[in-house]
Design a protein around this ligand. Structure first.
Ligand code: GLC
Length: 755
């Protein structure tokens, strides 16, 4: 039977489609053979509940592969890998009859304190967009829908269902919407999930500017907008704004509101038809791919997915430092493995993304399985909040004694699960005090210390100068224990790079004075200057910069060339350079390309990531890395004309191994586009002088008025005067001309501007 259209349905049936029939299911309409389909979490694995239903991961879900959460996957900077992970999650979703996986989450990490940073990719929109698009492509390549979330400016958990993110137009566009725009334009997610919060006072779930004008009319989004669970504030207003599907079910309450509104003429039935049509189309896409799958009989290879999870985790680990090349470890060394997280992995975050893993690797077991020498274990600390000081001291003493009689001590530290979660934010970035004390105590008896971190949000590293090696593992998913062992012993050469700055202190961070806001308003006072944009603008020292990550080999960068690609509305800068593996191991390097516009006419960060490219090289091998920095990543949002503008002028491109390890530089001039603003009597004298057609007329008139007799140009003094009155509005020129009537002169200038 052909898929029914809204016209085939009654008003009540159409209204019922725009709200779920349960916590996870859409509304079926048996009369016309419309089935229900299931939407469920995501994002780094399948969370399908069979008993109970909640959006906080409280009730159990079916076993599924827990891949590295976004904080780690993003650190791989590997879009091909992210695509494969997305496809694997989709296969598991399909095997369980799920049609849409609620992910990826690509909100920007504005504050280090956000409890949900483990579920997001970066402080930077470029890398967030690339990894997000790859996950969407991966999921949808298997006929499973994605749900790009949380749209938009959902950057904290405190008061998340009401807080208004008060953010200026440029940071909103250039930082908080930019990654969403990239994913929608390049990967067309089947659905977008609107967020709980308000944006400049308007709920995302009922904001026509956000859900229709920007998302659909500007970006060309063709799919369906679904609410975050419980995000609907006013269903009728939401429907009119472009929110197609309310989840979870309202039990028919809001369906009735919609029917009443249409009947009362308060809601155009065409709006309802449009939303119901989008729901029908989503169901159609889902059932079509289910039928296709039934035919193929594709199942899930759980072992292969675990292996992929281990490969992925190994690519996510970031080697922060490795003084004296302590790593990789000698397999025959006597190793003290210390820390509860070696035995009890911290592998994912808490809340709606909690996956019930098919299996779970503990690093301790993997180290024992890989090492050839003695391996001994001591917990070193307790993660039980009820543990006493005395108990912590006993555990520490035992660990110190073990470290003293071992050749190397590997400390597994991190944030205990209850310290960070969906639903609340942290108040500091400190590791538990007993862990920091343990580092000092261990290194006092054995300087050969490797610290391995398990944390979803950034933590301060007060011991960074005191230990030779630090691995930032973030949260690595179910196979993280095995992956850490692979990296520790060199079976995997680390290639992860930070997608979030690790500052020396929380006080140095961009949002420190504007977080989490008061009385349901949070001011994004740092504007454009989020993450490295902030630290670079203020030349603030950091512990480890955005983009940083070492390898067990080294890389040399050749000279960078940059070529303008001028195509109206597209184009960009073609960049190319040679990269050489100058070490003794095969390794992967992520070359980052940052762009600066030193003479910009508008406020801009010192440099911004505009592209990256990875290359894997054998020792001694050289490869040419080439990529294009797209116009979309070079432009700024011009609030005067309400669109992206590629500024004409000199662009400086820097190729770096991190945002502060810039190895090679090139300059290129872009024609871009001159933004011509219509002159008005309020325009300034300077704007008139710089106007392409009125400028020469203005200058001639001023020269005639101000030049010395017989002179054809203005003296330096006269030029100085013009600089001093640059901002003088044209309609007040008369005040400084003895009250002369400047009307005719003004008309001449304004007419010239129209020419
Ligand atoms: C949660 C989350 C969202 C999740 C949804 C369903 O509150 O904000 O990311 O997909 O509800 O669990």
């Amino acid at each position: 039977m052909a898929t029914p259209q809204p016209a085939d349905l009654t008003l009540e049936e159409k209204a019922s489609l725009t709200s779920g029939s349960s916590f996870w299911l859409t509304e079926p309409i048996e009369r016309v053979d419309v089935p229900a389909i299931m939407l469920t979490d995501g994002p780094h694995g399948l969370r399908k509940q069979e008993e109970g239903a909640d959006h906080l991961g409280l009730s159990q879900s079916v076993p599924a592969t827990c891949f590295p959460p976004a904080v780690a996957l993003g650190s791989s900077w590997d879009t091909e890998l992210a695509e494969r992970v997305g496809a694997a999650i989709a296969r598991e979703a399909a095997a369980h009859g799920v049609s849409v996986v609620l992910g990826p989450g690509i909100n920007i990490k504005r504050s280090l304190l956000c409890g949900r940073n483990f579920e997001y990719v970066s402080e930077d929109p470029h890398v967030s967009g690339r990894v997000g698009a790859a996950l969407v492509r991966g999921l949808q390549s298997e006929g499973i829908g994605s749900s790009l979330k949380h749209f938009a400016a959902n950057n904290q958990e405190h008061d998340r269902m009401r807080v208004s993110s008060d953010v200026d137009p440029r940071p909103l566009r250039e930082i908080y919407l930019r990654a969403f725009e990239h994913v929608v334009r390049t990967a067309q997610p089947w659905t977008v999930m609107c967020s709980y919060n308000r944006i400049n006072g308007v709920y995302a779930s009922e904001d026509p500017w956000l859900l229709t004008e920007v998302l659909r009319e500007e970006w060309g989004f063709e799919g369906l907008v679904v609410s975050d669970w419980g995000a609907v504030n006013d269903r009728v207003r939401g429907l009119a704004a472009g929110l197609d599907l309310e989840m979870p079910s309202s039990g028919g309450r809001t369906d009735a509101q919609i029917v009443r509104a249409v009947r009362a003429g308060e809601l155009d039935e065409g709006v309802l038809d449009q939303a119901a049509g989008r729901v029908l189309r989503l169901i159609d896409r889902a059932t079509a791919s289910q039928e296709g799958r039934a035919a193929s009989g594709a199942g899930v290879d759980v072992d292969a997915h675990h292996a992929l999870a281990r490969e992925a985790a190994g690519s996510c680990v970031v080697l922060l430092q490795n003084d004296g090349d302590l790593l990789p470890l000698d397999r025959s060394a006597s190793i003290a493995v210390i820390g509860e997280f070696a035995r009890t992995p911290r592998f994912q975050g808490a809340g709606s993304s909690v996956i019930n893993p098919t299996r779970l690797d503990a690093a301790l077991d993997s180290i024992v399985a890989t090492a050839a020498g003695d391996v001994a274990y001591a917990p070193g600390f307790s993660i039980d909040p009820a543990a006493t000081e005395a108990e912590q001291a006993t555990l520490a003493a035992e660990a110190v004694e073990l470290a003293a009689r071992s050749q190397v001590a590997v400390l597994f530290l991190g944030l205990p699960g209850p310290l960070e979660s969906e639903g609340f934010d942290r108040t500091d970035i400190d590791l538990p005090a007993e862990q920091v004390r343990l580092v000092d105590a261990v290194r006092a008896v054995n300087p050969r210390v490797v610290v391995v971190l398990a944390n979803g949000g950034v933590v301060a590293l007060p011991f960074a100068a005191d230990v030779p090696a630090i691995l930032e593992g973030w949260l690595l998913g179910q196979a993280g224990g095995g992956a850490v062992a692979d990296v520790l012993f060199g079976d995997v050469t680390p290639s992860g790079k930070l997608t979030e700055t690790i500052p020396l202190r929380l006080e140095d961070s961009p949002a420190y004075l504007d977080f989490p806001g008061d009385f349901s308003h949070v001011r994004y006072g740092e504007g454009l200057f989020v993450g490295y944009r902030w630290y670079d603008a203020r030349s603030i020292r950091v512990a480890f910069p955005f983009g940083h990550g070492l390898s067990y080999t080294t890389f040399a960068y050749g000279d960078l060339t940059a070529q303008a690609v001028e195509v109206p509305g597209e184009g960009g800068i073609e960049v190319s350079l040679d990269v050489t593996n100058t070490g003794s191991r095969r390794g992967r390097e992520v070359v980052q390309f940052y762009v600066a516009v030193p003479e910009s006419g508008v406020q801009r960060p010192v440099r911004e990531l505009a592209g990256f490219a990875a290359v894997t090289l054998d020792p001694g091998e050289t490869r040419t890395v080439t990529t294009r920095l797209e116009r979309a990543d070079l432009a700024y949002w011009d609030v005067r004309v309400g669109r992206w503008v590629l500024e004409p002028g000199r662009y400086v491109v820097e190729a770096g191994a991190s945002s502060r390890d810039l190895r090679s530089r090139a300059r290129v001039d872009l024609a871009g586009e001159e933004v011509v603003i219509a002159l008005t009597p309020e325009s300034s004298l300077g704007e008139a002088l710089r106007h392409p057609s009125a400028g020469p007329v203005m200058r001639a008139a001023l020269t005639q008025m101000l030049a010395a007799p017989g002179e054809e140009t203005l003296s330096e003094d006269a030029e100085e005067v013009l600089r001093m009155i640059d901002s003088l509005p044209l309609n007040r020129l008369g005040v400084f001309a003895g009250g002369a009537d400047i009307g005719p002169f003004l008309e001449t200038i304004l007419a010239a501007a129209e020419a």
